[in-house]
Design a protein around this ligand. Sequence first.
Ligand code: C2G
Length: 445
Amino acid sequence: MVKVITYGTFDLFHEGHYKLLQRARQLGDYLIVGVTTEEYDLARGKLNVADSLMTRIENVKKTGFADEIIVEESQGQKFRDIQKYNIDIFTVGSDWVGTFDYLKDYCKVVYLDRTKNISSTMLRIKETPIQRIGVIGTGRIANRFIPEAALVSGVNTQCVYNPHFESAEAFARKWGIDPCRDIEEFYNASDIVYIASPHETHYLYIKQSLEHNKHVLCEKPLCLSRRQAEELFEYAKRKKLVLFEGIKTAYCPGFTKLLGMACSGVIGSIRGVEACFTKLENVNHRELKDTEYGGSFTELGSYCLLPILKIFGRDYEKITFDMIKGNNGLDLYTKAHIRYAKGLATATCGLGVKSEGKLLVSGTEGYIVAEAPWWKTSYFEVHHENPDEVERISERFLGDGLRYEICDLLSMINGDTRRDFKLTRGDSEAMADIMELFLEERKRM
Ligand code: C2G
């Protein structure tokens, strides 16, 4: 008798789960299904699981494919189960290719093709439908997005669009999703559009997605002018759609905690915010080649402006920019100085210039400091006059951190508006405004 085992959360049970169990059963004579506990999902960084363990087990049972159902509670259990139950084949969907190769010493490991398309008709009958994500763009950030989205329950990445179809094809092959040649076909297959294309294309793709009644998650900078940002947010509001700027830092738990502490008075009244983000970038990358929209500030400025705008607000008195440019006119090292009635702020960005990446918030009774990579905040310190009195605060930061914004976006789509304080429409519009001022200044300098 060939014994097969598979594991999963099986939340918001859908046809992808059904087909996987069906094929897993066909691999042998006896199928054991491990269903994860809430605690284990939390520990392995899977977010947003909606159904209870009982409901998820019940749904697996209803398929009739499982000969036995067990509960997966901890890391390392798979290895123990394989020995305990005398397993011949371990199987899981292809979104996990490679991850479980370490089990090959104990049994055969089979990655079954994941189901690319979750059909929308099937989903409409559900209370909380799975949101189908379509991706525009196939660059580095899009490649980071897919595995992060796989760890948020309630979404399924379905397809990708790139005007260069060959790029879409290669990307789709890599991630087991569908490449779309035609943009209409792409919109039909998506409920949420994730825009990760070059900056200057954001405006048109956002507009088009909203016209097609799709929610939008757009990489930063959302827009490069205030007028465009205002127009798009207004349009999204009229259509009752969510338009969401993806600055991952804004949604990560450590950063939210840092802001909360800074604004709670532990360091007195805040008088200064200094944020620095620099990167040694490959000279052949778009960031250093696109002479119109590349450069350090359009690339990294959103991260540095975020703590400044969140702490001091949008009513600054004066903003000035200073920059060192490369031969092609792009800024390689930029400082934005922002003066408020009661504080001073600096955003420092570098591409091809390396500095100590740090976020420093100074107050009348102390300071808060987070070292690089503060934009993925997992640790920060609170200091006072007495150097021995340091409060050290750690917070979990999972993977590449994009899962947090996907999770918040999903909650907003499902009607929870309490999440939008992390990055408001006003914040995004102010950033677009600053980007516009910066681009004008760069032309002049
Ligand atoms: N799946 C699929 N097609 C989809 C979605 C999921 O084939 N469109 C598969 C997954 O690859 C997995 C199973 O369905 O094999 C269960 O998926 P999830 O509930 O998302 O569980 P997962 O997070 O993949 O956990 O220990 C748990 C395992 O690591 C798998």
